[in-house]
Design a protein. Structure first.
Length: 530
């Protein structure tokens, strides 16, 4: 049976599909029963036209209606939790407990509810009033379709349907066209059914949410550049992300990318001498979480040569050799890791553990640990920062602190960077030097903590300099900051009160925080004395 697409407010068969595909169960490599269509250009044009109409209708949607929709989405997910968890488990081999049901599902509903609060509270609109000049500005919806490409590694929290980008785009007042990840189309279909039901509850336009499962690569490039696409959010590989970015840039279309990141961890000498085994255990746990298929997976660490660092390496090697490898998300996983390892080895890295397909019933690759000198890293810095999306870790042994700082200075943009230091302060000067070099190169700097947890906090930055993302000024996680990607700054000059958006009127009926003549306030604008 071939599953229907959700286009123009209704579920319908893809009568002129450009092909079809099946998801695979990664645990045993078998195809699942349902077939999913590859949508042709005609379907995309229909969806974008319906999305344009929805964007126009959403201009008059109240903040309360947007919030009610997002809250109804969360409730629908919770009501369908059993089916969602079971489907996601079959399509990804991620464990039902605790990962899917007790960790990722609550995170997903939680961020939908946070987005609902942001839609009501309105601070993301940043109303700014200059009452003397009678010039007012705020962030408003982009006024077109937001195209969302979801990744394969978070079937709920980053799904193109109901994930973080979806929640941010809707809360900002935009319609969404979701392009499912081929790794979990069934999970995305169930989430779309939940969203479609929530639309009816909230009374929003029926084309506010649409879903296709897959498109041909050339159509994807046309899609991000389409006149009716207001912006694109993409999470995935660097190769695909850069191709989409080039197409969007040529058309002048915003695209927000989350791509590759090796997330370096600097282990300062005092920390290594103080707690080498403890650090090794934390590092392996972070490297192997989700079979290493996290965008914040620490793919590289830097230590200074010495007996304590050799001891840490031995502890880490034991863990890599003795712990069973996890199941990868798809058929391309082992070959992609092997290709990355080939690049690392050709650049001078030595394999200490693993290095080959793990075999067995499912998709898996042996836990792999590599080593390289700081001197060699500095010679081949670009190649030795190649991401291997799995339980793969490269240890860089610097000769001294100066070389460690030089290594830090050669990193490209990353989502995260960690520094482990002595608890009693012995590493304070080394920390200062390393942090000074590392800070401009990472979106989130951590101390004595591995990077794989990404809290859905208003203060979170899940972004970073290129090529970790397409722009260092935005985040994919953290509400209300993540909403800014899907807004435009619009100005009103000498516009009459009744014609202004409510947030910019003197009486401030929304109660939003506003910057009025240089002061943040929720108060109404007081009439000037005659």
């Amino acid at each position: 049976m071939t599953m229907p697409v959700l286009v123009a407010g209704r579920w319908r068969d893809e009568s002129a599909a450009a092909g079809s595909f099946h998801a695979l169960n990664p645990a045993d490599r078998t195809p699942l029963a349902d077939a999913f269509p590859v949508s042709p250009e005609a379907t995309i044009e229909e969806a974008l036209g319906a999305g344009r109409d929805a964007a126009r209708a959403l201009r008059s949607a109240t903040p309360g209606a947007l919030a009610r929709f997002l809250e109804a989405c969360a409730e629908q997910i919770e009501a369908r939790a059993d089916a969602l968890v079971e489907m996601a488990h079959r399509e990804t081999a991620l464990p039902r407990e605790p990962r899917l049901r007790s960790v990722e599902l609550p995170r997903t509903t939680g961020q939908l509810r946070q987005a609902a609060r942001a839609a009501r509270e309105r601070s993301h609109t940043q109303p700014t009033l200059d009452t003397q000049a009678n010039i007012r500005s705020m962030r408003e919806p982009l006024g077109g379709v937001i195209l969302v490409f979801g990744p394969n590694n978070f079937p709920f929290a980053f799904n193109a349907m109901m994930g973080g980008d979806f929640a941010a785009a809707i809360a900002a007042g935009n319609p969404v066209l979701a392009k499912a990840n081929p790794g979990h189309p069934g999970t995305t279909r169930l989430l779309a059914e939940a969203a479609h039901a929530a639309l009816a509850e909230a009374g929003l336009p029926s084309s506010t949410v649409q879903l296709v499962y897959h498109v041909a690569a050339d159509l994807g490039l046309k899609l991000v550049a389409h006149p009716l696409v207001a912006a694109t959010a993409f999470t995935g590989s660097r190769k695909a992300g850069l191709a989409l970015k080039a197409a969007a840039d040529r058309a002048g279309k915003p695209i927000y990318l989350e791509m590759s990141s090796v997330n370096p961890v600097f282990l300062l000498p005092g920390a290594v001498e103080e707690r080498a085994d403890e650090v090794a255990a934390e590092l392996f746990q972070s490297c192997s979480l989700g079979a290493g298929q996290f965008c914040t997976n620490p793919g590289l660490s830097v230590v200074i040569e010495g007996p304590a660092s050799d001891g840490l390496l031995k502890s880490l090697q034991d863990l890599f050799e003795t712990r069973p490898p996890g199941t990868l998300l798809g058929a391309a996983g082992p070959s992609n890791i092997a290709a990355s390892l080939k690049t690392l080895v050709e650049a001078g890295a030595t394999v200490l553990a693993g290095g080959a397909d793990a075999g067995g019933a499912g998709f898996a690759f042996a836990n792999t640990l590599l080593r390289v000198s700081g001197e060699q890293f500095l010679r081949k810095a670009e190649a030795l920062q190649t991401e291997a999306f799995g339980t793969v870790h490269l240890m860089v042994f610097a000769h001294d602190l100066d070389e460690m700082v030089a290594v830090a200075d050669r990193f490209e943009g990353n989502l995260t960077g960690c520094i482990y230091s002595h608890k009693g302060g012995r590493d304070d000067e080394a920390y200062r030097l390393v942090a000074e070099a590392l800070r401009p190169r990472v979106g989130r700097l951590l101390n004595d903590k591995m990077p794989t947890g990404v809290a859905v906090s208003p203060a979170m930055n899940h972004g970073g300099p290129f090529p970790a993302t397409g722009h260092p000024g935005f985040t994919a996680v953290g509400i209300p900051a993540s909403l800014a990607r899907f807004t435009a700054l619009r100005c009103y000059d000498n516009v009459r009160q009744e014609r202004l958006p409510p947030e910019l009127r003197d009486e401030n009926p929304t109660g939003a925080w506003r910057l009025v003549d240089g002061t943040w306030t929720r108060d109404a604008v007081r009439p000037r004395p005659a």
